[in-house]
Design a binder for this molecule. Structure first.
Ligand code: SAH
Length: 245
């Protein structure tokens, strides 16, 4: 009897942003393997499960990906229901598809559950609509962090006219700024830097492309944070701001 692995997005931090499907998976779980960007408060839905932290934050002690794969496989082969809980959405800079492919190739059934990605929640909680009629006709999610040092086409991003949402960018602010300026983006393009999106300790710093590096330093911006770069980053629509029910 083989078990099953659910690859579940836990959302950006606010436990109320979990999906009903994520809660259903958590209720059935025997094992929950949890990343360190996941708010542990969501574990209230799985008091029965054994929880295994498998965090891997940049720069810190991390659990090798291979080990995580093997652990999921071992429990699934024991017939257990495994929930692999990831921050935000599993397939947005989350290696969800790599894990799903690997498990499927080893004969394990996998189900993916979307989560609300940090960029969406962060923007909305600061009153920023990522698309806006007549202002931003699209949104591009990018990461500034690469393992192979491959480079993004910054010129296309700078001139594409879509809102940019940059993940894992805090340590790369100088490069992002330089690349977008060199790519032809206006130096007064609005930028919003949003730390701990959707959590009570959320902070936001509004700036411009030219000033973002200095402003982030003055603000002591820390990871996890997303950057929203584009005309909409000057918006502060009161109606969007997070309210609790
Ligand atoms: N799968 C996740 C992203 C993982 S990559 C998602 O869909 O959200 C990790 C990066 O996500 C962090 O470096 C940061 O840029 C962003 N991030 C995750 N949680 C965040 C939060 N609560 N607030 C701001 N940024 C966050």
């Amino acid at each position: 009897m083989h078990g099953k692995v659910w690859l579940v997005g836990a959302g950006p931090g606010d436990p109320e942003l979990l999906t009903l499907k994520a809660v259903k998976a958590l209720k059935q779980a025997d094992i929950v393997m949890i990343d360190d960007l996941v708010n542990p408060a969501v574990l209230e839905h799985s008091p029965q499960a054994r929880v295994i932290p498998v965090g891997k934050r940049g720069g810190c002690r991390s659990t090798p990906q291979e080990f995580i794969h093997r652990l999921m496989l071992r429990y699934a082969r024991q017939g257990k229901c495994v929930v692999r809980l990831k921050g935000g959405d599993p397939c947005i800079f989350g290696r969800g598809s790599e894990e799903a492919d690997w498990l499927s190739a080893h004969g394990i059934s996998v189900e993916m559950v979307n989560g609300i990605t940090a960029g969406l929640a962060g923007a909305t909680n600061c009153g920023i609509p990522l698309t806006l009629r007549g202002v931003a006709r699209g949104v591009t999610l990018v990461t500034a962090h690469t393992q192979d040092d491959s480079s993004l086409n910054w010129q296309a991003l700078a001139q594409g006219g879509t809102t940019l949402v940059v993940y894992m960018g805090v340590a790369k602010l100088p490069e992002i700024r330089e690349s977008l300026l060199a790519g032809g983006m206006r130096d007064d393009m609005p930028v919003a830097m949003i730390e701990n999106a959707s959590l009570p300790q959320q902070r936001e710093c509004r700036s411009t492309l030219a000033a973002m590096q200095q402003d982030a330093a003055d603000f002591q911006l820390k990871s996890p944070a997303i950057l929203v770069i584009g005309e909409v980053a000057a918006e502060q629509a009161q109606a969007l701001l997070a309210k609790s029910a």
